[in-house]
Design a protein. Structure first.
Length: 455
């Protein structure tokens, strides 16, 4: 490892320049006018891979292309095989006026590199390429075979990744998938994210009279759809923050003592969290810490609510309809298909006969968990400690990353989520940045990881 560590240190300025080159591509997958920029970015990445000694090819899809890069193989020799996933597409940079410097021109200030895509996800996947480069360029034998899958549609839902995995499952069959596209609490708290919440989305429309009615002439004789919807929604949660849908919590597995102890190690406190959120007081399911509430417990949120007149002044009507958008975050062992069924049934039971309820199911994703005590998870924790010099923490992420379930489904492999981004890196926001110390530590972590995983 000494040769690898020395190589990484000696070439640090070049690696920063390469990241600066990488983020110059406005590879915005959501905007059709950047189609050529997407292709140019994929070609730049392919050339970079070939320059460091990888076999690389660009695979077309019905959307944006996917880059496949492989470490050199020894014919007839079967070794452990791991897939590294990342994405080269980025979020739109708008609103441009909020950026302190052009979003696709790297600006270095102190130990931060500012640019769209710097942390999400170009800097994070480039760190893994650099780790492999350090093996290949120093003549150090990799203890395993690696295949990189870098897609161009993560920011628009990875529309074609599942089909790609299905058609390339033989080539991509692996022992585990490594993803650095999440975050860590602080530079002193490197982390393995071992669980993700799933999601089930709904849109509810309460239909009342055939048209908006004069509230003076007709009010009092018909049920108001906005009122009916509010009353229905209010019955979905009690004063203790617990969801009241029968059977909703049936399959939720309580956190183990080990998991609770790990979550308690995370930095921060409720007072600082409350101030950060700008709320007068925190609220959540009683009996759980705020960290447990936002990462390890299922939730219900109203994402949007509308009905009736929204213009200036007043318009005295009984609206003909009311609409709400809901999402339920699900935790491991909650099966989305079952949860969706019992939610729909309960919503229908709450609807009064005076209005008609329309339920539209939206997007969904299964929750995900890998055992934090598994051999692979423990290997990842060792690599984190060796690279960062601090005892790593285990994290349950409150959000959802649907692709990890695709890896499980098509490659039959667990995913190790080893993020490098800090909470203030502004992913998806103006002035996105990537901490260059995290960039360097990520390279070192990637170098240690492959040795630990094959032990």
């Amino acid at each position: 490892m000494q040769k690898i560590i020395a190589y990484l240190r000696e070439n640090e300025s070049r690696f920063i320049k390469e990241l600066s080159d990488y983020v110059r591509f406005p590879s915005v997958s959501a905007q059709p006018e950047h189609r050529n920029d997407m292709i140019a970015c994929a070609k730049w990445l392919q050339q970079h891979c070939q320059n460091i000694g990888l076999e690389a090819r660009i695979c077309p899809t019905d959307g944006h292309p996917i880059l496949i890069a492989r470490t050199p193989r020894t014919k007839g020799v079967k070794r452990p095989h791991f897939v590294v996933y990342g994405h080269y597409d980025v979020q739109p940079a708008e609103p441009f006026e909020l950026w302190k410097s052009p979003p696709f021109e790297a600006r270095i200030e102190g130990r931060s590199l500012f640019a769209r895509g710097s942390c999400d996800n170009k800097g994070q996947n480039l760190a893994h390429f650099i780790a492999v480069e350090s093996y290949l360029k120093t003549g150090t034998e990799l203890p395993c075979d690696l295949t990189f899958v870098i897609e161009g549609e993560e920011e628009v839902g990875s529309k074609h990744l599942a089909d790609f995995l299905k058609s390339h499952r033989e080539e991509l069959a692996c022992d585990a998938v490594v993803v650095s596209d999440t975050g860590i609490p602080s530079p002193k708290h490197p982390a393995l994210t071992y669980a993700l919440r799933g999601i089930a989305a709904f849109e509810l429309i309460v239909h009342g009279p055939s048209r908006d009615l004069h509230s003076g002439i007709f009010g009092g004789t018909v049920d108001n759809p906005a009122m009916a919807l509010c009353q229905l929604l209010a019955k979905l949660r009690d004063k203790n923050g617990r969801i009241t849908i029968p059977g909703f919590y049936d399959n939720v597995v309580p956190l183990s003592a080990y998991e609770k102890k790990q979550l308690a190690r995370l930095p921060g406190n409720d007072r600082a969290y409350q101030k950060f959120l700008g709320v007068p007081k925190l609220f959540g399911e009683r009996g759980f810490t705020s960290t447990e509430q936002r990462t390890a417990r299922p939730t219900l949120e109203i994402n949007g609510l509308t009905s009736g007149y929204q213009g200036e002044g007043s318009k005295t009507i009984v609206p003909s309809w009311a609409r709400a958008k809901l999402t339920f975050r699900l935790v491991p062992n909650q099966k989305p298909e079952r949860i969706i069924k019992i939610i729909r049934r309960h919503l229908k039971s709450l609807c009064p006969p005076t209005v008609r309820l329309e339920i539209i199911s939206g997007h969904g994703a299964e929750p995900y968990i890998v055992s934090p005590t598994s051999k692979q998870a423990q290997a990842a924790l060792r690599a984190l400690k060796e690279a960062w010099g601090y005892e790593p923490v285990l994290i349950r992420e409150g959000g959802s990353i649907p692709i990890v379930n695709d890896f499980k489904k098509y490659l039959h492999a667990d995913t190790l989520l080893l993020g490098l981004s800090l909470p203030d890196d502004n992913a998806h926001s103006p002035n996105e940045k990537f901490d260059l110390d995290c960039f360097a530590k990520g390279q070192l972590m990637g170098a240690y990881l492959w040795q630990e995983l094959v032990k």
